[in-house]
Design a protein. Structure first.
Length: 225
């Protein structure tokens, strides 16, 4: 009986560990770093993180100034008022006490691992996720004008690829103020590609040459599936 008890406890512990690992793999995590941390691996005491395992029925926009304010630890909101299947979107916040409303959060680490635990498919190519994430320089997930040219809207950036565990820092040419999460339509195969910090919107062609070189260096754009 003693052996059976140990065996049963071991199986339960293994199942619990596997469940936690499976839940973690469903998480989408965005970690924002202040301007002085260009590698997303420096002083994590200044980094602020948003994490969710939810899949919103409709697109859901988040303003950094709202979700990280007042030492928040997380939140929940309904994403649809017309669907009875809507469980809302729940999220957790890490290190909100370090939020600086006057800070310049231009660096972001995107983490959305494949639930199967694979970084890529059998062909060695990055797999597409079920959630799309866009980041913006304006509140309410809107494009805002460039400080140097009020007539120029700065671009937004998008991910649809799963991330790999060794993903590195991404740098936007502005202070990130908001991001949006939305489900990817299964009928939209995006021509068999996924997005990894891809540029979109007006102003994408008018970025400074220095940032253009950075974009090339980190291979921003599409990954074939």
């Amino acid at each position: 009986m003693f052996t059976s008890t140990i065996l049963g406890t071991g199986i339960a512990l293994l199942a619990s560990t596997q469940l936690v690992a499976a839940q973690a793999s469903l998480n989408l995590t965005l970690t924002f770093y202040p301007d002085e941390d260009t590698t997303c691996s420096g002083d994590d005491s200044k980094a602020i993180s948003f994490s969710t395992a939810s899949y919103p029925i409709v697109q859901s926009c988040f303003n950094l100034a709202e979700i990280f304010a007042d030492n928040s630890t997380g939140g929940v909101r309904n994403t649809s008022s017309t669907s009875s299947n809507d469980e809302g979107i729940r999220w957790a916040i890490t290190n909100s006490q370090s939020w600086d409303p006057n800070g310049n959060y231009s660096h972001v680490k995107y983490e959305q691992l494949d639930p199967t635990g694979k970084d890529d498919d059998d062909d060695g190519k990055i797999t597409r996720s079920s959630r799309r994430v866009n980041i913006y320089n304006g509140d309410e997930c809107l494009q805002a004008s460039s400080p140097e040219n009020r007539e120029e809207l700065l671009p937004w950036f998008s991910w649809t690829c799963h991330s790999s565990e060794d993903d590195h820092c991404r740098t936007a040419p502005y202070n990130i103020k908001s991001f949006i999460i939305l489900l990817i339509d299964n009928d939209d195969d995006m021509d068999g590609k996924c997005l990894d910090f891809a540029l979109y919107g007006a102003g994408a062609r008018g970025l400074p040459h220095v940032f253009g070189a950075l974009v090339s260096a980190i291979v921003v754009g599409f990954f074939l599936l």
